[in-house]
Design a protein around this ligand. Structure first.
Ligand code: SF4
Ligand code: SF4
Ligand code: SF4
Ligand code: FES
Length: 601
């Protein structure tokens, strides 16, 4: 690759180095020169709409938007003088007059609003233009966020974020002139949208209180909150989180922009589902449903565990930390059988754990992507967004082979049921893959079925024959959060818990559910499991949230949740990612590893 040519411009008398292709704003920022902005957002295509970033270029009588103007070698730029400040003030006054910016009743009041900040910074105390007082709607039908059009300045950051980062283009602008308004799909609501993934990236991008998070509203400014970096443990992508807290409670969760995994983007699970949903937390040990002390609970378990080793089993959710996984491997010898429970066809994916270095970045760069037996939209939202962006923005081909339809299908060149592949379809596949230079295969649990393996082999053969021998990038995509690393630690995976429980007559079963959001209730949906659990003398459930499973337990041990934990998880790229405590531990909950060691070590 040819290195971009170096250029030099002078900004306010200061010589600034940059590269050809950079905008005036980018070079100014790299040289610590401040230019006010509103519609600009790093990482998005510049729009040049708000005109707050205007500058003068020597020799040009007009002002230009620095965010959308490429810097030209040798030019002289002025960012601040009386004319520029007067123009910016007029722009801001027009923005304030156009809609209903009633700051005292806005969740972004006093510090979080870009428009308010610029108004104060420019000394605006009154408006010279008449207020229009439009009566615009407020849409609060979305589960996690809403939009108040009265506070919208039409900067289009949300539209560009949705289009360029989440890759769905749910949002756009309707109408003309003063009637311009942000619309969802073809003018529906967030609640009725069939394209919005609820990732919330548009809300983070909004510089005003127009788009707002419901759970975060009026919990205090995010600008003055404590921000702690940790890792999402809801799937094996392992996105970096920036968690905002105030007075020991979470006020919002954003993506960590510096995370090499997700570069600031999250899916609905990491962004909202872990904290913005009501859940019944278990904060004290329970014996037969009644609160007990830790000493009482541990004594009861130790007494019940005095049965033959063959009559005892340990079953674990595939989402514990690496440190807990090591502790489980350490105590496994005390049980007749130990396993982690995974989804259908996932055990084979875990049997030979394979990690793909830098998978997320490479995926977005791929020019042909095959999704085989995986459901990234449902299970790994950030992977789905990378795929959509590669297809919609970079023209990558997308081929999907799965037994179930998904939202990604509408972006695909070929979407086929993996069990009914016909020969004419294979010709279509060959045509779509012809000439691909950077192909990628994203394979999930259902690629491990006999038909899945056959399709995978055939695809690899097509790549070898059709793509000039380019080796496809192979990305294994389990559903379970830390299953690959747990498998590597020596914990075997089991898909059908019923037969596993029935293999030997059990008297004692300890289930580590940890902070699974369903409290382990999903286990009861498996065939035979509810009846088999009834036959066990002592069922110990280690969980964070109440569920139908904890209701069945003889002893319940309260476990910490993602934002209280210390430790590491390993993502699908093989990165060891840190978990940091964000808030103090609720009640008497304890770390999964500490609990296991206090009972069995
Ligand atoms: S939540 Fe995500 S998908 Fe929905 S409109 Fe916002 S950016 Fe687009
Ligand atoms: S909703 Fe927010 S981000 Fe979107 S155009 Fe309006 S002010 Fe900008
Ligand atoms: S993609 Fe996975 S790791 Fe990332 S936010 Fe969503 S659930 Fe969490
Ligand atoms: S920030 Fe440049 S025009 Fe809006």
């Amino acid at each position: 690759m040819i290195a971009p040519k170096k250029i030099s411009i002078t900004i306010n008398g200061q010589v600034c180095e940059g590269e050809q292709g950079q905008t005036i704003l980018e070079i100014a920022r790299a040289n610590n020169i401040y230019i006010p902005t509103l519609c600009y957002m790093k990482g998005l295509t510049p729009w040049g709409g708000c005109r707050l970033c205007i500058v003068e270029v020597e020799g040009n009588p007009k002002v230009v938007p620095s965010c959308a103007t490429p810097a030209v070698d040798g030019t002289k730029i002025t960012t601040h003088n009386d004319r520029l400040v007067a123009l910016r003030k007029a722009t801001l006054e027009l923005l304030f007059s156009e809609r209903n910016h009633i700051c005292p009743i806005c969740p972004y009041n006093k510090g979080d609003c870009g428009l308010q900040h610029q108004g104060l910074a420019h000394g605006i105390t009154g408006i010279r233009y008449p207020y229009l007082y439009p009566a615009l709607p407020v849409d609060v039908t979305g589960r996690y966020f809403g939009i108040d059009h009265n506070r919208c300045i039409l900067c289009t950051r949300c539209i560009r974020t949705c289009d360029e980062i989440e890759g769905v283009h749910t949002l756009d602008v309707s109408s003309r002139g003063i009637k311009n308004q942000i619309v969802v799909d073809m003018n529906t609501t967030f609640g009725a949208s069939d394209t919005c993934t609820q990732c919330g990236a548009c809300v983070v991008s909004c510089p005003t209180g127009a788009l707002f998070d419901k759970a975060a509203a009026f919990r205090g400014q995010w600008t003055s909150s404590v921000q702690i970096l940790t890792t999402c443990t809801e799937c094996p992508v392992g996105c970096g989180l920036k968690v905002h807290t105030k007075e020991n409670r979470i006020v919002n969760v954003w993506g960590d922009p510096d995370s090499p995994v997700n570069t600031g983007h999250l899916c609905v699970k990491g962004r909202y589902q872990t904290w913005a949903e009501p859940r019944d937390r278990i904060t004290t040990p329970l014996i037969k449903g009644q609160p007990a002390t830790w000493d009482e609970a541990l004594a009861a378990i130790k007494k019940a565990a005095k049965v033959k080793k063959a009559e005892k089993a340990l079953l674990v959710a595939p989402r514990v930390t690496n440190e807990t996984a090591a502790a489980i491997a350490g105590v496994a010898g005390k049980f007749g059988q130990t396993a982690m429970f995974v989804g259908a066809n996932e055990a084979a994916l875990c049997a030979e754990p394979s990690f793909t270095g830098d998978a997320l970045r490479k995926l977005q760069d791929a020019d042909a992507i095959i999704v085989l037996g995986a459901q990234p939209t449902r299970d790994n939202g950030v992977v789905a967004s990378r795929i959509r962006v590669a297809v919609r923005k970079r023209g990558a081909k997308l081929l999907i082979f799965h037994a179930r339809k998904s939202e990604l299908d509408r972006h695909a060149d070929v979407a086929a049921n993996v069990v009914s592949l016909e020969s004419k379809l294979w010709n279509k596949v060959k045509a779509a893959l012809a000439g691909a230079q950077r192909p990628a295969i994203v394979y999930g649990p259902n690629a491990m079925t006999p038909i899945g393996v056959t399709v995978m082999e055939r695809l690899i053969a097509i790549f070898e024959a059709n793509t000039g021998g380019s080796e496809p990038l192979l990305i294994g995509l389990p559903v379970s959060a830390n299953a690959l690393a747990m498998s590597r630690a020596g914990i075997p995976a089991v898909e059908e818990v019923g037969p596993w429980l029935d293999a030997k007559p059990l008297k004692f079963l300890h289930i580590v559910v940890g902070d699974a959001l369903d409290g382990g209730a999903g286990l009861l949906e498996e065939k035979y499991v509810p009846a088999l659990l009834e036959r066990i003398d002592c069922l110990v459930v280690q969980a964070s949230y109440k569920s139908a499973l904890t209701d069945k337990a003889s002893v319940v041990l309260p476990a910490t949740i993602w934002c209280e934990k210390t430790g590491t998880v390993t993502n699908l790229e093989g990165r060891e990612l840190p978990l940091r405590p964000v808030v103090t531990v609720a009640g008497e909950a304890r770390d999964d590893k500490a609990i296991l060691e206090s009972v069995y070590a």
